[in-house]
Design a protein around this ligand. Structure first.
Ligand code: GDD
Ligand code: MN
Length: 415
């Protein structure tokens, strides 16, 4: 390390008694001479705690949502597993209602190796990992779940593989000899995971036995280079990295077992599958068509189907007059689109509680205009002897296109 200039009159390490933790609280500040100010500007003094602690070589980025009971045990496990390594852990919490961030900060108050980013109005594992990784200055980055399911004792082996320089991506794999996925849980989770792995492997430029692993390590500098091309959507951050990596990715797989979740519950559900499909589609299309637009189009198409289904039932079974049937079908398709867009398209900024209802009301109000136009056109077409299905579909499409524009700018506008 570069020797630091010391302001004249200040104590030298080794010749002075131990530095108190908060000297500014114990003694009045000494009067500063112009010379002292100049020399302080030239070389800012290092805070005593920074002198003691080596800068971390490894940042363990831990995305977490409602993991409060797992925070302290995870830090203890890292402490035990990483002896001899200068490490820090960076929790990225999406404002969990259970107070995960507060728990991390409670420990961070007396342990400088613990840091926390609290994100507000955002959700998403992949984007949390990206933000955490970009807040690190360490040479290596590890990504690890915050629920104790990943075996932290594998971290030194992963770091050793990277330090050796033989690889620039170390992946903890459940599907190589010595690995184990038993903790994944029910059979459907295994089937889902196996299916996903199969699809992913066909698209991957490198051989990976466990491309859905959420536990891996790489040099920060490599991550920084890839960061601008990551989609940041959904759960599959490793897949995102591998698909975005230019040639030259050298992967080592480290066998790892996947433990059962002790506390809290999994946030991975069936909708994650839709996001997974979206990520693959995005990569296949080379990122030309925005992922959100694809989701919008898919939801819109389903909305048209709902509209037509309701119209069919109302006309054929309920003998409802066309105008009322078309109105009911449009309103139902609108609610359907709102819910689906909130759950899938805008999953990362999902509206909940009061904002959800406000969003729905806003959506209905502004879209009422689009719906009125849609209904008007459908009626006009129907009275011109256009088939009821074509008239209905035209009206629905007009209303749905309007919904796109409105939701992007007004309902889910980024904070
Ligand atoms: N910040 C943030 N925001 N963290 C999140 C979010 C979110 O929206 N959703 C989940 N997490 C955190 C969880 O708190 C946990 O620490 C980690 O991400 C993994 O989430 P789980 O809900 O425990 O996922 P899982 O155990 O079902 O899935 C794991 O295994 C899969 C393999 O089958 C993850 O590691 C996946 O990435 C992996 O593919
Ligand atoms: Mn988990």
């Amino acid at each position: 390390m570069r020797p630091e200039k010391t302001p004249p009159g200040s104590s030298q390490l080794g010749t002075s008694p131990p530095v108190p933790h908060h000297p500014e609280l114990d003694a009045p500040p000494p009067a500063a001479s112009p010379a002292m100010i100049m020399s302080a500007l030239a070389a800012p003094p290092i805070h005593p705690s920074a002198q003691a602690a080596a800068p971390p070589e490894l940042t363990v980025v831990v995305p977490c949502y409602n993991e409060r009971p797992n925070i302290a045990p995870l830090i203890a496990k890292l402490d035990a597993a990483l002896t001899g390594i200068a490490w820090e852990v960076l929790f990225v919490d999406d404002d969990s209602p259970d107070g995960t961030a507060a728990e991390a900060r409670r420990i961070a108050a007396h342990d400088p190796r613990v840091r926390c980013i609290r994100r507000i109005g955002r959700r998403g594992l992949a984007s949390a990992v990206i933000e955490g990784a970009l807040a690190s200055s360490a040479q290596y980055l590890a990504v690890m779940d915050g629920d104790l399911q990943h075996d932290e004792t594998r971290l030194p082996a992963m770091l050793a593989a990277l330090r050796g320089g033989d690889c620039n991506l170390a992946v903890a794999s459940r599907h190589v000899a010595g690995g184990d996925a038993a903790g994944l849980g029910p059979r459907w989770r295994h089937a889902l995971s196996d299916g996903g792995i199969h699809v992913a492997q066909r698209l991957l430029p490198v051989r990976l036995s466990d491309p859905l692993s959420g536990f891996f390590m790489l040099p920060r500098e490599l991550f920084e280079r890839l960061a601008p091309s990551l989609t940041g959507q959904g759960f599959k951050i490793l897949l995102d990295i591998v698909l975005s990596a230019p040639a030259g990715l050298r992967v080592t797989e480290i066998p790892s077992r996947f433990r059962e979740r002790a506390a809290g519950k999994s946030k991975l559900d069936v909708l994650v599958l839709a996001q997974f499909a979206g990520l693959l589609l995005d990569k296949l299309l080379g990122g030309v068509v925005p992922l959100r637009f694809i989701a919008f189009a898919a939801v819109g198409a389903l909305g048209v189907l709902v509209n037509l289904a309701v119209l069919t039932v109302a006309l054929k079974l309920g003998q409802v007059p066309f105008a009322s049937a078309e109105t009911a079908a449009t309103v139902l398709a609108m609610v359907f689109n709102f819910v689906l867009n909130n759950e899938i398209t805008y999953r990362d900024q999902r509206l909940r509680h009061t904002p959800l209802w406000r969003g729905l009301v806003l959506f209905m109000l502004v879209c009422g205009l689009g719906a009125a136009a849609g209904i008007g056109i459908a009626r006009a077409l129907y009275s011109e002897h256009t088939a009821w299905s074509l008239a209905g579909a035209t009206g629905a499409v007009i209303a749905v296109v309007w919904n796109y524009a409105v939701s992007a700018t007004l309902v889910w506008r980024a904070r």
